[in-house]
Ligand binder design. Structure first.
Ligand code: SAM
Length: 209
């Protein structure tokens, strides 16, 4: 979609997330996806690393991705997932307006995407609309650090330039509060710190229902 393609960021993110697969990010993706089942919606498919960590209970995937260069970078993983017998549909759309029927999704993956969507509340309202009653939201998002910490200070320091450097990403969103505001039970979410760039180290992982 116009305005969502950042080819340089795609190149950098693809390299960084590819390296991360071998240094802990892959394990984190597996942990986040552990409770995914049935038809899985991946919001912000990116280069598609999550496809390499789908549990057997996932039967089909719809990946929402508004960036053409990201869709291209995901092509080989999409093809490999289809070859494993899992249907994957990649859709050029945004989380704020999902072209998906109500109650038609069994599980949703939010991985490093709520930092980037323009309207978090609108995207989460859409997630609620398409998720069937009893469905699960798998979460793996970098989030705002607690006030008074050096991680929070690092986020404040980079805030003026970070979105321009990182494809529209905001390093300091309170994603737990946004999920709660959208009506999700957030008791299954845990705060962890992953060893990476300080502004994106504080991470929320687990499930919301
Ligand atoms: C940092 S990448 C993360 C990709 C992937 N989920 C992962 O964990 O590696 C964020 C992705 O969200 C996409 N994106 C940006 N705005 C979006 C929106 N409004 N709705 C859905 N996806 C969006 C970007 O194009 C990008 O591919």
């Amino acid at each position: 979609m116009a305005g969502h393609d950042h080819p340089l960021f795609t190149l950098v993110y693809r390299a960084v997330s590819g390296a991360g697969e071998r240094t802990g990010l892959g394990e984190l993706r597996e942990r986040a996806l552990a409770h995914a089942t049935g038809r899985l919606l991946i919001l912000g498919l990116g280069p598609g690393h999550d496809l390499d960590h789908l549990p057997d209970e996932v039967t089909s995937v719809v990946g929402i991705e508004p960036s053409a260069s990201m869709r291209t970078s995901a092509e080989s993983r999409v093809a490999a997932t289809r070859a494993r017998g899992i249907d994957v549909e990649v859709v050029d759309a945004v989380g704020e307006a999902l072209p998906i029927p109500d109650d038609s999704i069994d599980s949703v993956l939010l991985a490093y995407v709520l930092c980037t969507v323009e309207d978090v509340d609108a995207a989460l309202a859409e997630v609620r609309r398409v998720l069937r009653p009893g469905g699960v939201v798998c979460v793996m998002e970098h989030v705002r650090a607690p006030e008074g910490t050096w991680l929070r200070r690092s986020q404040r320091l980079v805030a003026p330039v970070w979105p321009r450097m990182a494809g529209g990403c905001h390093a300091d969103r309170d994603t737990r509060a946004a999920l709660a505001r959208a009506g999700f039970d957030v008791a299954g979410l845990r705060d962890i710190t992953i060893t990476s760039l300080p502004p994106v180290a504080p991470t929320l992982v687990g499930t919301a229902r």
